[in-house]
Design a binder for this molecule. Structure first.
Ligand code: SF4
Length: 724
């Protein structure tokens, strides 16, 4: 008997299972952090099917962040002193509801916005977007997943007829060839990488190709590293397709029987001969041929990608041209093969299921589909036409709405846009002029709390019970195992109470998160992400389960349960897709390149990214000494040739400028970055370092389909910093 709780790591989309134990265990010294504070013990859950007992440094140290810098009580900014003062929940709620009601009447519902988070549990997402899209009548609910994986959503939806990664982690151990593109998996999704690395090391025939302008730890482990120029991914994919066509390494049966639009695609790829592609991408022809050969020779090809593909002004086109390769070789719907997007946040996947973006509705429905809107309206017992037919504002469009005065109320929850948004100085200026911002978070201060009018304390992971879905569609119940500090409350509970206070008693009369989840799973019935057979009870009894998991599935045990679980590991195993005719769609795209190419004034491409220990804007990891020690300072990587030309020395300050702003970093001179390219991690905001915000430099130009900004690349100049 142990008094441990099984849950999920609240950091990244790998979704590792954790087992946590109270600080004091019989017969053992109390577990304490480096400052002597008793902390919960954390270890990997050996029975979690996604991670098999493994955790990285973030998961292992998560309990050190639970007590520090917590927001414990509602606070309101005093109009005279401009300081926050503690208020009751009642007073805060009344101010929020009054403001929402007034604005709704005077400016209409579209003056209201909520910006949520992939840190939400599914129940939080579901209630928030139900309130905004269904009951308030505005689709202005978006989440920080917009900055993270909305291109993957759009790409899957257009190619397959609906969202949903078709693969599972077991494929990492069954593939013959792994293509990792725009993902530093070794640092950003380490436990996924461990599984692949072990398989790769054990099987000499298994190939690993890494496509990344940086020689990352991931690239170090590869058989082939293609250090392409930023923004040339589509050239590369079309160039590989050209060679596969020329060599006859394509699956004509699959193309004929299971796809549409191949001839338009073939017309495009004939324009991508190796000489041109190698030149455009900045690689050698033999490297390109080797990549195509690995793909063509392999029975089962698995591609993995994350921000390097998604955070692009042509993100959807990149995802779709990568999927094209899988369709032309039939590498999908079978073990070890398929296009597999790795989500950044722990429950970005749950957000996709629950309608957590401004263009989607729960159950993988989309706003611009009248039938989907009608189904949701009926389910929520709302009059026809209650849900607006146009998508709402994206995260960036909310910032623009603050600039124009069209947005009069912004509710930000569990995210830190004053660091993470593109063009951060413009974002901060817009937040500053916001007439009314509610900031709901577990931590205080953050960079964003400085812009709020009302602060609401949120119970975080460990302090509330809810569900999260990881990158392989594995759904895990995360039970509450400790009390929230002060008066902090679960996000869903706050949203539901505001709904009731606004007069929508019927729609928000939930007593527990289990009731919320029970309603959510019903709305997914018959949809591609059907989770109608899941419940808190079932997840508590069985442990993590993958969707689809229809209601018709009985409660099973032992081998029967294992057999049942095997049936939903992969999507499209019958090679029928979610399009009206069941065929997947090829996409014919030419490469457009970066939204902001380099020029004489701004001759370097800046690419941004993440480090092994830190998580996003450091709201948690900045408060963990071990992680702070690993990554104490912000820095900029530059190639030795470029550094020599500019007289930049190791560990001295440089000033980086773009058309939007400037920042200072310590120079790190390394051959890991290609000449002409710079790298800066995105983790530092004003709270952690002065004048070192990577997003002071980035721009908000977005993919026209997914509306995901190109946070990965912008044009900059760099010079030795002068003292000011
Ligand atoms: Fe947590 Fe991701 Fe690390 Fe797993 S890999 S322990 S989910 S941060």
């Amino acid at each position: 008997m142990t008094n441990s709780t099984k849950t999920l790591c609240p950091y990244c989309g790998v979704g590792c299972g954790l087992e946590v134990l109270p600080p004091a265990q019989p017969g053992k010294p109390v577990n304490r952090d480096s400052e002597g504070t008793p902390i919960w013990q954390v270890r990997g859950d050996r029975n979690h099917p996604s991670s098999l007992g493994k955790v990285c440094v973030k998961g292992a140290t998560v309990s050190e962040s639970l007590e520090k810098s917590r927001l414990k009580y509602p606070m309101m900014r005093d109009s005279l002193t401009d300081e926050f003062r503690r208020v009751s929940w009642d007073e805060a709620m009344e101010a929020i509801v009054n403001r929402m009601q007034t604005l709704r009447l005077t400016q209409g519902p579209d003056a209201l916005c909520m910006y949520g988070s992939g840190q939400f549990q599914t129940e939080d997402y579901y209630i928030a977007q139900k309130l905004f899209k269904g009951f308030l009548g505005t689709n202005n609910f978006d989440a920080n997943s917009r900055l993270c994986m909305s291109s993957a959503v759009a790409g899957y939806t257009q190619s397959f007829g609906s969202d949903g990664p078709p693969c599972c982690y077991e494929d990492l151990e069954l593939t013959d060839c792994a293509f990792l593109i725009g993902t530093n998996t070794a640092e950003c999704h380490p436990i996924v990488f461990n599984r692949l690395r072990v398989h790769h090391k054990k099987n000499r025939k298994v190939k690993m190709v890494v496509v990344d302008p940086r020689r990352t730890q991931t690239a170090e482990a590869a058989d082939l590293h293609l250090a392409i120029k930023p923004g040339t991914d589509i050239d590369l994919f079309n160039g590989i397709a050209y060679l596969l066509m020329r060599w006859g390494r394509i699956d004509t049966f699959f193309i004929d029987e299971c796809t549409q639009n191949f001839s338009a695609y073939a017309d495009v790829i004939r324009h991508y001969p190796p000489e041109l592609v190698a030149r455009n991408c900045g690689i050698r022809i033999d490297e390109l041929e080797k990549a195509a050969q690995y793909w063509g020779d392999s029975e089962r090809v698995l591609s993995l990608w994350s921000m390097g593909i998604n955070q692009s002004s042509e993100g959807t086109a990149k995802v779709r041209t990568l999927i094209n390769l899988h369709l032309m070789t039939g590498d999908i719907g079978k073990p070890g093969a398929g296009p597999f997007s790795l989500t950044g946040q722990p429950n970005a996947m749950g957000g996709r299921e629950a309608g957590g973006l401004c263009n989607i509705l729960p159950g993988y429905r989309v706003i611009n589909n009248p039938q989907h809107r009608a189904e949701v309206e009926q389910f929520w017992k709302l009059p026809q036409g209650s849900i607006q037919p146009q998508r709402g504002r994206t995260a960036w469009e909310m910032i623009q709405g603050l600039e124009t005065g069209e947005v009069g109320f912004l509710w930000i929850a569990a995210t830190n846009p004053a660091v993470s948004m593109p063009d951060i100085k413009r974002t901060q200026a817009a937040l500053k002029r916001s007439p009314f911002t509610v900031y709901q978070d577990a931590y205080y201060p953050t960079e964003t709390s400085a812009y709020a009018h009302i602060l609401l304390p949120a119970a975080q992971w460990s302090e509330k019970t809810g569900v999260m879905t990881n990158s392989e569609r594995m759904v895990t119940l995360c039970p509450q195992f400790r009390d929230p500090p002060g008066e902090a409350r679960p996000d869903w509970e706050v949203f539901a109470e505001v709904g009731r206070r606004l007069g929508f008693t019927e729609g928000f009369n939930f007593k527990t998160s289990a009731e919320v989840y029970a309603e959510f799973v019903q709305i997914t019935e018959g949809r591609p992400c059907d989770s109608s057979g899941l419940s808190h009870d079932k997840l508590r009894t069985y442990g993590p389960l993958q969707w689809p998991y229809p209601d018709a599935w009985p409660w099973l045990e032992g081998e029967d349960l294992e057999q049942q679980n095997r049936t939903n590991k992969r999507l499209y195993t019958d090679f029928r897709f979610n399009t009206p005719d069941g065929r997947a769609r090829f996409a014919a795209y030419h490469s457009k390149g970066l939204a902001e190419p380099t020029d004489e004034a701004y001759p370097f491409v800046l690419t941004t990214g993440r480090l092994y220990g830190h998580w996003h804007t450091q709201t948690r990891t900045g408060r963990i000494p071990k992680i702070q020690k690993m990554h104490p300072d912000p820095f900029m990587e530059i190639h030795p040739q470029d550094a020599a030309k500019l007289n930049i020395e190791e560990n001295t300050f440089v000033e980086v400028r773009s058309r939007r702003g400037k920042a200072r970093f310590l120079a790190k001179i390394t051959k890991a970055i290609a000449p002409g390219t710079l790298f800066i991690p995105m983790h530092w905001g004003a709270l952690w370092a002065e004048d070192a915000e990577a997003n002071a430099l980035t721009h908000p130009n977005a993919c026209p389909t997914s509306l995901q900004p190109e946070l990965k690349a912008c044009a900059v100049q760099v010079k030795v910093a002068t003292e000011e």
